[in-house]
Design a protein around this ligand. Structure first.
Ligand code: FE
Ligand code: CA
Length: 518
């Protein structure tokens, strides 16, 4: 064994240990290749968490009833990695064991890669092989990079449309897809259904797994995963609508909420190209928030706005969760947090010292205000940052204190395209604009009606663009001089003839906070 190979082996063992018990070695009979009756790779392939030297590859083996009858215990899956699309130049071949305790998911933390380099990969088990995925590593941390191009996306209720946006994303030339949550929806809304979820509202591990299976079988979603690495953050619907840490809308016993959340997080892990994060022993306490850099051009933070947040302010005692609140003193309580103490400290420390040209702060929801006039003062949507105004002020104060220019926040969740100015005091023209915000509309999920959207737009001067009537994604192009956002949308994402058009384009110029219409 060459020294280099031995080093690789050590690395792989380290990865296996890090994922333990989610990647335990198991004895597998080494006889003739298994003959599959149906495609075990029917959920597709994916890659994610691109770094200069590494990327995570994912698949999950699924069994038909016939295949299950032949045994569905431990399996060894081969992963082959190539440096050319024709699959002639094989760079690595790795074998990984998986079993039912992790839903037969496979996560390979592929390391020792070259920066800014394309790779192709596929999985094999027995006589079956997966489709081929393409991925690409991040640039070296000190590289002069001309451009970063990403697809900003969120909110893909399966019942409410076709994943047309993903079909376009799959064809674009991108560095990665940045998906900010509501990858699945745990519940149904029959009012808008053009296709149906199978099964009841997901509450157990089995139910969450089958929900992911249904989504992952969608060919347009599979194509977007096979085409690009994804950088992923979750929002509420991966667990349950409007949950906050250990609280749900029904005021369920927090211990019960945490059990449901653990099942949901495990299913999330089993279906995504992600790692458990530092110090996590299993998916129930996985740390998804993260930071990546793109040469000297950009730092990108992905923030978890659900796992650690304080409960929504002034909740209804019967139906908690998100609602409009007024005259709510709780809003001004400085101890309330959107990110939790640890994550907030981590963000402000790393943001303050960032020397890269652009600072892209990606988080699940909307930071700019959508408050509206009410009989007594104003009413605030308590599930977004409007419901955590002191935490928002701390975030933006960090930008001011560190004298940071070129901070652009990216969000999702609200099913609305937003371009906004961010000020320490929202909508106050005396308060300087300290950062710029783009929020993407949903892939499919229905948005606010036209009337409430118009009231919000007319009540908040910081909202330069606020449209909830169309679905799609946002193309973000970062260069030395500017960050451009093209909102790519359609009125209704159903039918094979639907294509996207550009609803509007905005740009943030270097050294000048605030988006400008182009
Ligand atoms: Fe959503
Ligand atoms: Ca959401």
């Amino acid at each position: 064994m060459k020294r280099r190979d031995f080093h690789h082996l050590l690395q792989r063992s380290a990865v296996a240990l890090a994922l333990s018990p989610w990647l335990t070695a198991v004895a597998v009979p080494a006889n003739k290749p298994r003959a599959w009756r149906s495609n075990p790779f029917a959920l597709g392939v994916a890659s994610g968490r691109p770094r200069a030297e590494s990327v995570v590859l994912w698949t999950r083996v699924v069994f038909s009833e016939e295949d299950k009858a032949l045994g569905d215990e431990a399996l060894v899956v081969q992963v082959e990695v190539f440096t050319d699309a024709a699959l002639k130049q094989r760079a690595q071949k790795v074998e990984l064991a998986t079993d039912a305790t992790r839903g037969h998911s496979v996560h390979l933390h592929l390391q020792h890669l070259q920066p800014s380099t394309d790779y192709w990969y596929r999985f094999r088990q027995g006589d079956a092989q997966s489709t081929v995925g393409h991925t690409r590593t991040a640039p070296a941390p000190n590289a002069d990079v001309r451009q970063l191009r990403l697809a900003l996306s969120s909110c893909q209720h399966y019942e409410q449309g076709q994943f047309i946006a993903h079909a376009e994303i799959a064809k674009e030339k991108l560095d990665f897809v940045l998906f900010l949550g509501d990858y699945i929806y745990e519940s149904s809304n029959v009012q808008y259904a053009i296709r149906k979820h199978s099964g009841e509202e997901a509450k157990t591990l089995t139910q969450y797994r089958s929900r992911y299976e249904q989504y992952k079988r969608d060919p347009m979603l599979q194509a977007a995963h096979a085409a690009h690495p994804w950088v992923l953050m979750w929002d509420d619907h991966e667990v349950v609508n409007d949950y906050a840490n250990d609280q749900d809308r029904q005021h369920t016993d927090p211990q019960q909420v945490l059990l449901r959340r653990a099942a949901a997080y495990q299913a999330y892990f089993e279906h995504q190209p992600v790692l458990l994060g530092p110090d996590a022993s299993n998916p129930a306490n996985m740390r998804l928030y993260d930071q990546l850099s793109w040469g000297k051009l950009a730092d990108v933070w992905t923030l978890d706005c659900r796992q650690y947040r304080s409960a929504q302010a002034c909740r209804d005692p019967v139906r908690g969760g998100g609602r409009m609140v007024m005259q709510c003193d709780e809003l001004s309580d400085p101890s309330r947090s959107m990110l939790g103490y640890e994550q907030e400290r981590w963000l402000s420390e790393s943001l303050s010292v960032s020397k890269r040209q652009w600072k892209l702060v990606a988080q699940a929801t909307q930071i700019s205000s959508t408050s509206i006039p009410a009989p007594a003062g104003r009413a605030y949507w308590n599930d977004a940052w409007d419901g955590y105004p002191e935490a928002r002020k701390r975030l933006l104060q960090t930008v001011v204190d560190a004298k940071l220019q070129n901070v652009v926040t990216l969000g999702g969740d609200v099913h609305c395209n937003v371009a906004a100015n961010l000020r320490l005091e929202p909508n106050n023209p005396q308060s300087p604009i300290v950062a710029s915000e783009f929020v993407t509309t949903s892939i499919t999920s229905r948005g606010l009606g036209d009337k409430p959207a118009a009231v919000i737009r007319d009540s908040n001067a910081d909202l330069l663009h606020f449209r909830s009537d169309e679905r799609g994604y946002s193309l973000i192009t970062v260069t030395h001089n500017d960050v451009r956002c093209d909102f790519r949308t359609t009125k209704f994402p159903a039918g094979s003839e639907v294509s996207l058009k550009t609803q509007a384009s905005y740009v943030v110029k270097r050294g000048k906070a605030g988006p400008q219409l182009i």
